[in-house]
Design a protein. Structure first.
Lengths: 200, 257
């Protein structure tokens, strides 16, 4: 599925967490844990949205280049370090987009078919989901059920009503529902791993 | 987290367009920068991703939107897992809604009949119908909340009357048997269902044990299709480090109509 790309220079040599050698406190803060992990996750999404099939490698490449530039710029750089990082990311993307690659149209337009035909695996995942749902407190369980209901009613109206009932702005409700769902998803993944089920 | 700062329907529309790949390049760069710098907006993007996954599963995205969005998800490290999870969540919620909707329609039907009887000045019939409906609803709701999990204990069956019994239900595609264990001795277990003639019918491997303060339980989900009323047994084995299974316990139960 991944592109037949020429290898990125030195991306394999990147350490998982880069040493902090920057002498600029703003860069220091961004390139140290836990901010570093957050920054990397956002860069991955930015590259993925730009259609890059190796977004993690490109995010690492971006951070590697920023770290490489720091000795030159850290002492004198003024302004938002994220502007600098974003500019480096755009350069990494431009170089990536100029590389020759082959993408199968079939692969590009289709999400890989899941091979979850095995009844037992699906049942295990289902059991895990039910178990994790039951571990949520009553308020969260009700909120996520109401928010992600799949009936034919006007979804927007229903969510507005729910937000009003809970005294929240719509996007606050949206993020709250997402956090519960994210927690639930993590619980299901853990449970499936423990029970040896294979979701893939 | 500055959630309120990012509130507004236009933000959501912009994030949707970003995720669907329909935003102009200049706007893409602006959104990218905000995603790097604004925690609230980034989390809103993650929430919008989930909602788009749901829309995709419902067939709510156009072909070009779906293609673009799937391309994006496909590039993310855990994109496929998230689609699988969303599908499971949808099935779970749909199942509970179908149940609720069927009871809602039954209640509405009963209410209509009750009103009809009242209009026809037959209060005695109306009261009888009301009492009957209430009784049935209480019985049905109790039955739903307690889907009679069959808990089996090894080696305690002394006579015919002691055999644990479960009912086959046409509305339930599976029923759950919970096997009680004396000792949690293995990381995984295998349960095999046998009919009265000791023919193996089905088997589930890698079953985990739930360890509570008082009990050690292994859940075994059995599809109802093809099962006849009669006596059955379940053999439980533990997975040894060598990969082989060691016989642990045998459980018996009876299925009735």
């Amino acid at each position: 599925m991944k592109d037949a790309l020429q290898p990125l220079p030195a991306s394999d040599e990147l350490p998982p967490v880069p040493p902090v050698e920057a002498r600029n406190p703003a860069f220091d803060a961004l390139l140290s844990p836990p901010e570093f992990g957050r920054l990397r996750g956002r860069l991955v999404r930015i590259f993925a949205r730009r259609g890059c099939s190796i977004p993690e490698d490109l995010a690492d490449e971006t951070i590697s280049r920023v770290l490489g530039k720091l000795p030159e710029i850290a002492a004198t750089y003024e302004g938002d370090p994220l502007r600098f990082i974003h500019a480096v990311a755009r350069n990494v993307y431009r170089e990536y987009s100029r590389r020759p690659r082959t993408v199968s149209l079939e692969d590009r337009d289709q999400f890989p078919k899941t091979s979850r035909d095995e009844v037992s695996s699906k049942e295990e995942a289902h059991d895990c989901l039910e178990s994790c749902l039951s571990k949520l407190n009553e308020v969260d369980r009700r909120l996520i059920r109401e928010y992600y209901r799949y009936d034919k009613l006007a979804k927007v109206d229903r969510r507005k009503t729910l937000a009003a009932e809970l005294g929240m702005a719509m996007n606050t409700l949206r993020i709250k529902a997402f956090r519960i769902r994210h927690r639930l998803s993590g619980c299901v993944l853990d449970c499936v791993k423990k029970s040896g089920a294979n979701l893939k | 987290m500055e959630l309120e700062k990012t509130d507004g329907i236009e933000r959501i529309e912009e994030l949707r367009a970003f995720l669907l790949g329909t935003l102009a390049e200049g706007d893409v760069e602006r959104i990218e920068y905000f995603l790097l710098s604004d925690d609230g907006l980034y989390e809103l993007l993650l929430a919008t991703e989930e909602e788009l996954i749901d829309e995709y599963l419902k067939g709510g995205l156009s072909q070009s939107e779906a293609s673009s969005f799937l391309g994006y998800l496909n590039n993310l490290p855990v994109g496929r897992t998230r689609i699988d999870f969303a599908r499971d969540l949808r099935e779970s919620f749909e199942a509970s809604e179908t149940f609720a909707a069927s009871w809602k329609s039954r209640w509405e039907g009963a209410a209509r009949g009750f009103a009809h009887l009242l209009r026809g000045q037959r209060p005695a019939w109306a009261c009888a119908l009301l009492l009957l409906s209430l009784g049935f609803a209480i019985y049905a709701s109790m039955a739903y909340r307690e889907p009679a999990p069959l808990v089996l204990t090894a080696g305690l069956t002394r006579s015919e009357g002691d055999i644990p019994t479960a009912s086959l239900s046409a509305s339930e595609p599976t029923f759950r048997v919970t096997l009680e264990l004396g000792v949690h001795s293995h990381d995984g277990y295998r349960a095999t269902l046998y009919d009265a003639d000791s023919r193996a019918i089905l088997s589930s491997e890698r079953l985990p044990a739930s360890v509570t303060e008082r009990r050690i339980l292994v859940a075994f989900l059995i599809p109802v299709a093809g099962l006849e009323p009669g006596d059955y047994s379940i053999s439980l084995e533990g997975a040894a480090a060598s990969g082989r299974y060691e016989r642990l316990e045998k459980y018996v139960f009876r299925l009735i109509e």
